[in-house]
Design a binder for this molecule. Structure first.
Ligand SMILES: [Zn+2]
Length: 283
């Protein structure tokens, strides 16, 4: 024989009734929704979780999920107290216990947010939880450096729209004055960004090893063979190659330039003049 719900004595007990539909549970979810000023969909446990994770404040999401778990656990505890101890827990005592437990869990929430609203502040303060703010970003100056006299510098990059998605690679060669020598861009089909980046680097090495097979007219005196060591530069210092990779992706063609394409003139000039770009790091 199916047992009757020990919290309302009106319906058959099953997990959906006990945790979601029982008057005891719905009263708790209604308090939850008012307390955090959020719309709570209590049609299933998954939809409850989704309602909590949708919040824009990451710190509050952790607190909401902690409160959700404590509420479910309190419903189970109250049901057992009634069955095994014949002890009814009034709603206000259950709410106080949930708030106390959430406050303890919330105090160790590590997530931070730079977008706290006044409502977030009031909610977190009422649970005695301190606000975690994002730390000020570390600012890194990124400068593209010309290679040593007699050396040629190649910069390459790859990009993909999706993983995998349409992708492209690109790169360019510059001399010790930062002057343009040649550039390439390729469409690399449906691939990941990592594939496109490696493709760009390998294509640059292939051109450096044998420029004559790629360029119809190689200016006399240029040898790209000095290309022999590899370093890494932040995206902020690699805009020319980034633009070329994007050109490959969008044009869906493979191209090689022996005169500078218009869309990288500005960035090339900035690089040649050692003008800085800035990278903002949030940690
Ligand atoms: Zn019930």
């Amino acid at each position: 024989m199916a047992s009757v719900c020990s919290l309302c004595f009106k319906h058959t007990e099953n997990s959906n009734h006990l945790f979601l539909n029982c008057i005891y549970a719905t009263s708790l979810w209604s308090w939850f929704s008012n307390f955090f000023s959020i719309t709570l969909d209590n049609s299933s446990v998954i939809s409850l979780l989704r309602s909590c994770s949708n919040h824009s404040n990451k710190q509050l999401v952790q607190v909401l999920i902690a409160c959700l778990v404590h509420t479910l656990s309190k419903i189970w505890f109250c049901r057992n107290q009634k069955i095994f101890e014949n002890d009814s827990t009034p709603l206000h005592l259950a709410i106080n216990a949930i708030k106390r437990d959430t406050s303890l869990s919330g105090a160790s929430a590590k997530a931070s947010s730079s977008a706290h609203t006044v409502q977030d502040l009031i909610t977190l303060r009422s649970l005695d939880i301190a606000l975690n703010f994002n730390r000020a970003p570390v600012i890194i100056e990124v400068i593209w450096r010309t290679p040593r006299v007699g050396w040629v510098k190649a910069n390459s990059d790859g990009t993909a729209h999706g993983s995998p998605g349409h992708s492209g690679s690109g790169g360019l060669f510059r001399d010790h004055k930062g002057s343009f020598m040649l550039a390439f861009s390729n469409y690399t089909n449906i691939q990941s960004a990592l594939f496109a980046e490696l493709h760009g680097a390998m294509h640059a090495v292939a051109i450096a090893a044998n420029p004559a097979s790629f360029v119809v007219e190689v200016q006399e005196g240029y040898s790209l063979l000095q290309f022999s060591y590899i370093t890494y530069i932040y995206r902020e210092g690699n805009q020319c190659a980034d633009r070329l990779a994007n050109h490959g992706l969008h044009s869906r063609t493979n191209l090689i330039w022996s005169t500078i394409p218009n869309f990288i003139v500005n960035d090339c000039n900035r690089n040649a003049l050692s003008l800085p770009n800035y990278r903002f790091k949030n940690d």
